[in-house]
Design a protein around this ligand. Structure first.
Ligand SMILES: NC(=O)c1ccc[n+]([C@@H]2O[C@H](COP(=O)([O-])OP(=O)(O)OC[C@H]3O[C@@H](n4cnc5c(N)ncnc54)[C@H](O)[C@@H]3O)[C@@H](O)[C@H]2O)c1
Length: 221
């Protein structure tokens, strides 16, 4: 069965990459491209879509997710810098949110939780291209939340670096008596996010709760 996917933010860096990934997937069809730059509104593509993938801007993301859910269209949300908890129970469709769709970033978070049990003191440095609107990154906030839940002490502030030449990078540095341990993940190309985005498109319709947050929720342990 073909999944009809519309992309919100289709003219952007991530949106354009998602359009190409959807077109290359055997089980998906690109049902629409919404973006003010293309003069196409999200409302105009909802009728043809089973799933919307949103990579837009922080102050539009909540509105876009609500539009999808109220129209009965599942939503895969990649836009960071917004809180979607108020959308619990809205509409019949499901919302899946991931601050980071790269498997390496998810594995960094998982490893950090284990390390924090033994070396709780740590700092997070996140580094991104200089067009990123939110800081600290959604990935860094999620990493901090997970480390704290595991008993770690994430020092404030989280450090945010914005420079041309970077894509998306995160380093967690743990320190204990006489030793440090650093974990670093680098997304050097936006292709790194595509397997996670396509997995979420395939799974969003069968989620048990909405919103579901975090790619780790969709991965085998
Ligand atoms: N979750 C992840 O793995 C991940 C990875 C990379 C980036 N991101 C996030 O994705 C978002 C987009 O990043 P980007 O680098 O592609 O940004 P970008 O600026 O290149 O693209 C954003 C696009 O959204 C469009 N847009 C704005 N308002 C819109 C609306 N109401 N409806 C439809 N389109 C609209 C803009 O015109 C633009 O083309 C950011 O929040 C970024 O932090 C998430």
């Amino acid at each position: 069965m073909t999944i009809n996917v519309a992309v919100s933010g289709a003219a952007g860096r991530m949106g354009a990459t998602v359009c190409r990934a959807v077109q290359a997937a055997d089980d998906m069809a690109l049902a629409g491209r919404a973006d003010p730059e293309l003069e196409v509104a999200l409302e105009d593509v909802l009728g043809d879509a089973d799933v919307v993938v949103d990579f837009t801007i922080p102050d539009q993301a909540l509105r876009n997710a609500r539009l999808c859910l109220e129209a009965g269209v599942h939503c895969v949300m990649g836009t960071t810098g917004a809180n979607f908890s108020e959308l619990e129970g809205v509409g019949e469709a499901n919302l899946f949110v991931a601050p980071n769709f790269a498997i390496g970033a998810v594995l960094l978070m998982e490893a950090s939780k284990r390390i924090a049990r033994h070396m709780p003191e740590c700092e997070i440095v996140e580094l991104h291209h200089d067009h990123k609107l939110d800081a600290p990154s959604g990935t860094a906030l999620r990493t901090a939340e997970q480390i704290r839940t595991a008993g770690g002490n994430v020092h404030e502030p989280i450090h945010s670096v914005r420079l041309p030449g970077l894509v998306a990078h995160e380093e967690v540095v743990f320190g204990g008596p006489g030793q440090t341990l650093s974990l670093r993940h680098n997304s050097i190309d936006r292709e790194s996010f595509m397997p996670g985005v396509l997995l979420a498109v395939r799974r969003v319709g069968s989620l048990e709760r909405s919103p579901t947050v975090g790619l780790e929720q969709l991965l085998e342990s």
